[in-house]
Design a protein around this ligand. Structure first.
Ligand SMILES: NC(=O)C1=CN([C@@H]2O[C@H](COP(=O)(O)OP(=O)(O)OC[C@H]3O[C@@H](n4cnc5c(N)ncnc54)[C@H](OP(=O)(O)O)[C@@H]3O)[C@@H](O)[C@H]2O)C=CC1
Ligand SMILES: O=C(CO)COP(=O)(O)O
Length: 351
């Protein structure tokens, strides 16, 4: 960190949604001053006066601001936690206030897309060139070098209720992992480290697809055996597409992969699971999105992976079937009957 002393400086968090607030509270609990960025001045003022954000109480050590320059100049370590659809725009605004000494550890579980999916067809297929993880966006948009991500089974509501959990801080830099661990760990929040940044990011992104599917199983009341079957096959699909996009299989077998997959595929606290559940009850994807206040990243990810699986010729029957459900080309009931007939080969073919 050059001559700067991290512990004396506040920590920045960008995005005052469910997870950004939960992360801010974890940081603040450790006697750490936190500056939390809210998108509008009105929201920042409201949060500062009500001391509540996204239904979570705000710790006294958290100051809410609408000033990105203030965050950039006050904080050496910043946790960006905004939905993937807005991440690049946020980075463009923040970048003028970032320097190579900054450390950014993001908590976003979605892709950045630099092309309109409507323009994608057989002649112009979607490729990895069109799709970025958030660490890649940070690198492209700023001078920051030391980049990391935070991913694991971290349902924000449970974290706010101070229930035990663990996460993975991933970075190519051990220093970033150490900083993340020191800032976040407490007696009920364990922090593991990984150098497989892309692999860990892909785990968090891809599990959202399977969580949507698991929600449909719960919605149809198909039972625990079916859910276990779906999660297991979902993990295999995550590994196959994850490897095609630059991840290693090992990451998927850990906390950020199978751990987060199990948590989000089993809980009504997961927005992605909830989307699937509501699809199974007969709502359309437009109706669901329209009425949801929080982001369910999996819907966009289903569309992206459906295209990428074709480009890279990876068998992704679950993603393709979910894509047909959200496009109203197939009912949820028919989708599950179809998947039960799908000709799978070896059970585990990625080791
Ligand atoms: N909730 C969870 O349990 C977890 C979520 N995540 C991931 O974290 C990310 C955020 O999720 P979550 O916090 O739950 O989402 P929410 O939907 O609860 O909140 C998103 C927040 O981001 C803010 N925001 C949007 N665009 C910008 C921007 N350009 N600049 C600053 N703030 C912005 C929104 O502000 P506004 O209110 O103004 O729209 C809103 O407060 C997602 O990628 C999600 O997958 C990861 C782990 C757990
Ligand atoms: O990623 C999460 C928990 O680890 C949150 O999942 P949802 O976005 O589905 O709520």
């Amino acid at each position: 960190m050059g001559s700067k002393n991290t512990s004396e400086k506040p920590i920045g968090v960008i995005g005052a949604g469910s997870f950004g607030t939960a992360v801010s509270n974890i940081l603040a609990e450790k006697n750490q001053r936190v500056i939390l960025y809210a998108r509008t001045a009105e929201k920042a003022a409201l949060l500062n006066s009500t001391r509540e954000s996204s239904g979570h109480k705000l710790h006294d050590h958290i100051e809410v601001t609408n000033d990105l320059e203030y965050i950039g100049t006050s904080c050496d370590v910043i946790f960006p936690v905004v939905p993937s659809a807005n991440f690049r725009a946020m980075m463009k605004e923040l970048a003028p206030f970032l320097r190579p000494y900054h450390i950014l550890i993001h908590g976003t579980k979605g892709f950045d897309l630099n092309v309109d999916l409507k323009k994608i067809d057989a002649q112009n297929p979607l490729s990895r060139e069109h799709v970025r993880t958030m660490s890649e966006v940070i690198k492209e948009e700023s001078s920051v070098v030391r980049i990391g991500c935070l991913a694991g089974p971290n349902l924000a509501r449970e974290i706010s209720e101070k229930k035990p959990a663990a996460t993975v801080v991933a970075s190519h830099f051990d220093e970033v992992i150490r900083v993340g661990q020191n800032l976040l760990k407490n007696d009920r929040f364990l922090i593991y480290g990984s150098n497989d940044l892309i692999g860990i990011e892909l785990c968090g992104i891809l599990k959202n697809i399977i969580a949507v599917g698991a929600g449909t199983i719960a919605g149809l009341e198909l039972g625990e055996n079916a859910k276990a079957l779906f999660i297991s096959r979902g993990l295999v699909e995550m590994v196959h597409i994850g490897k095609a996009l630059g991840g290693n299989a090992e990451a998927f077998l850990g906390l950020a992969g199978v751990g987060d997959l199990v948590a989000t595929s089993s809980s009504h606290l997961s927005r992605n699971f909830t989307v699937g559940n509501r699809l199974a009850k007969g709502e359309t994807i437009d109706q669901i999105i329209e009425s949801m206040e929080e982001v369910a990243e999996g819907v966009k990810t289903i569309r992206i992976i459906n295209e990428l699986s074709q480009t890279y010729k990876v068998r992704c029957p679950i993603t393709e079937t979910l894509y047909r459900i959200i496009n109203q080309e197939m009912t949820v009931g028919d989708a599950h009957k179809y998947l039960m007939k799908f000709p799978f080969r070896a059970e585990i073919d990625f080791m």
